[in-house]
Design a binder for this molecule. Structure first.
Ligand code: AP5
Ligand code: MG
Length: 191
């Protein structure tokens, strides 16, 4: 098993790069944001609970998010590994993930942080807002998403740094060039 966390602020390119990485490494992509949006679209009970939170850019509670994540991992018994995108977003989520994986005789291999500055994030999301149907891409909602990132999520980095698993990749530039850098980091780990 190889499990990768692709970490980064809103608009860092986690989804874009995950789509390429799953092809190359035959991993299962788990994006908690995508899962929440699917629940909202299907109007499930969970979807009804989290709809307003996603629209506002606030984080969903750890309890709800962890339960959904664990269920999704369980849905892929034949997986060769996972890319976690947008999870964990709090230290409590990181601890829960470690514990859950450990219970399966598994662990996180590498955590790659995609580094992108705020100006670039704002530009990317503003551009996508012209064509996306994500209510949280509106400029005033993006402010909240960035606040949540710097207030809560960034504290996950020292957690993995302490485990010696954290790597950084510059997330600015051509998508294919960033992908190559990610592959180098992963290949180094898999060697
Ligand atoms: P989530 O769906 O995870 O959203 P996010 O992290 O805020 O950010 P994005 O998905 O918009 O960005 P991304 O990094 O995937 O970048 P992308 O590849 O799309 O979460 C949404 C919400 O769900 C949260 O706010 C919260 O409410 C809830 N949630 C989710 N997980 C949770 C958790 N664990 N706990 C609690 N709540 C949770 O790229 C962005 C744009 O940039 C695209 O248009 C793309 O084409 C473009 N782009 C990508 N790469 C480049 C590049 N190199 N150069 C130029 N443009 C680029
Ligand atoms: Mg995404």
């Amino acid at each position: 098993m190889f499990n990768l966390i692709l970490f980064g602020p809103p608009g860092a390119g986690k989804g874009t790069q995950s789509a390429k990485l799953i092809d190359k490494y035959q991993l299962v992509h788990i994006s908690t944001g995508d899962l929440f949006r699917a629940h909202i679209q299907q109007e499930t009970e969970l979807g009804k609970k989290v709809k307003a939170l996603l629209a506002s850019g606030e984080l969903v509670s750890d309890a709800i998010t962890i339960a959904m994540l664990e269920e999704e991992i369980g849905n892929h018994p034949a997986a060769r590994g996972f890319i976690f995108d947008g999870f964990p977003r709090t230290v409590a989520q990181a601890e829960a993930l470690d514990k859950f994986l450990e219970g399966r005789g598994d662990k996180i291999g590498t955590v790659i942080a995609l580094d992108v500055d705020e100006d670039e994030l704002r530009k990317r999301i503003a551009e996508r807002h012209k064509v996306s149907n994500r209510p949280d891409d509106a400029a005033e909602k993006l402010v909240k998403r960035i606040d949540e990132y710097f207030g809560k999520t960034i504290h996950v980095l020292p957690f993995y740094e302490g485990q010696g698993k954290l790597r950084h990749v510059n997330g600015i530039g051509e998508i294919d060039a960033i992908f190559s850098e990610l592959c180098q980091v992963i290949d180094e780990h898999l060697k």
